[in-house]
Design a protein around this ligand. Structure first.
Ligand code: AMP
Ligand code: ZN
Length: 113
C-alpha cells in the first residue's frame, strides 16, 4: 500500500517511535510544532475520520487513551496539551492515514489557523 504511515508501521521507513502496542503506533512528528509533538496512528489503515466505521470505535478510543498516557509520560498532563485530528483538505490533512497529533510543552493559541 502506498501510504507513508503504513510504511512506518511496517518499518519500511524509519521513524522515532515512542510507543507501540497491538493496535497503535506513536512516533515523534518529523516537523514538530511544539516541544512535544507526537503522532498516534492506528495500525489498521483508515484514511480519514469521515470514513470511520462503527466497528472502529475501539481504535479511536485507543488513540485518545494512548495520547493521555504519553502526555503523562512526557510531563505535560498538568500544564496542558492539545489533541488534533485533521480531516480532509480544509483542515490540512496531508497524510491520508488517521493520526492524532499530541501537542504540548508550550502555550497554544486559539482559534487555530
Ligand atoms: P496532517 O497535516 O494532520 O496530515 O499531519 C501530517 C503530519 O505528518 C505533519 O505534522 C508532518 O510533519 C508529519 N510527517 C510527515 N512525514 C512524516 C514522517 N516521515 N515521520 C514523522 N512525521 C511525519
Ligand atoms: Zn496507511
Amino acid at each position: 500500500m502506498d501510504c507513508l504511515f503504513c510504511k512506518i508501521i511496517a518499518r519500511q521507513i524509519p521513524a522515532d517511535i515512542v510507543y507501540e502496542d497491538d493496535k497503535v503506533l506513536a512516533f515523534n512528528d518529523i516537523s514538530p510544532q511544539a516541544p512535544v509533538h507526537i503522532l498516534i496512528v492506528p495500525k489498521k489503515h483508515i484514511d480519514k475520520v469521515s470514513n470511520l466505521k462503527e466497528s472502529d470505535k475501539d481504535i479511536v478510543c485507543e488513540l485518545i487513551f494512548t495520547a493521555k498516557k504519553l502526555a503523562q509520560e512526557k510531563g505535560i498532563a498538568e500544564s496542558g496539551y492539545r489533541l488534533v485530528l485533521n480531516n480532509n483538505r480544509d483542515a490540512g490533512q496531508a497524510v491520508l492515514h488517521i493520526h492524532l497529533h499530541l501537542l504540548g510543552g508550550r502555550k497554544m493559541g486559539w482559534p487555530p489557523g
